[in-house]
Design a protein around this ligand. Sequence first.
Ligand code: BTN
Length: 269
Amino acid sequence: MDTELINQELQMFSPVHVIYLPRVGSTNDELRERALLGAAEWTVLVAGEQTAGKGRYTRTWVSSIGKGLPLSVLLRPKIPLRQVNLINLATALSVAEFFEAKIGKGLAAETADVRLKWPNDVWINGRKICGILLQSGLENGMLKFLVIGIGFNVNQLPADFPLELRATATSLRAVTGAEWNLEILLLEFLKHFYFSLTRVLDNGFMGVVHQFEQRMAFRNRNVRIELPGEQVNGQMRGIDQNGYLILDTDTGERKITAGDLWEAEESEV
Ligand code: BTN
């Protein structure tokens, strides 16, 4: 990937600077190392291939060469630690808006339904198209930096996904029928993301909470949340001002700060 033109264009209106690595373990890990050494805010690491891509919890993230677009963005936001949660939601929302705009220009526009599975999976037509992994760098209990890892599924065909993901994963190509140029997509996404995040950091998170709720998958449905060592069932009401999930359970309302969300099976209700 040639980043020269991308950087020339980005630097006209933003501090965003892209570094391309053909092969890396995990863009999140690599950017974290660079952040600790003082890398500038809005440094973006993009990989051709990740050999140890990380997902949420202990999962791995697979993105085939030339087909996926794995990247990490470094922020140094002056926000309290508790608001990291909201940056998570703001990132997912920004990605969802971006995909919606792209699909509008693709072939299958009318059929695409872009939804957010709390806290930060982006789904199109009921399948995952993008995963997000935020990692915080702390100093004396204060937020020093944030690495926002984003894995886009772009040009994969169903056979490019590992067997166990084929029924639940999708890509921009699968949805639109068209192949996408990764460099152009990256440039357009970074422009969009820079404006979305600076707007949120300047103006606050009120709009994010509201818009996230509008796009939330499984709202008012029965869901199951898997927490470390515990499972909670209930009806999902939405999110509160901190971005925590609000669940109606048999024992009353419960707020969930983090967890894995699934739609409940009939037998669980
Ligand atoms: C998930 O859905 O579980 C989160 C997946 C996050 C994947 C991205 S790809 C770029 C960045 N580098 C990583 O190692 N992971 C994130």
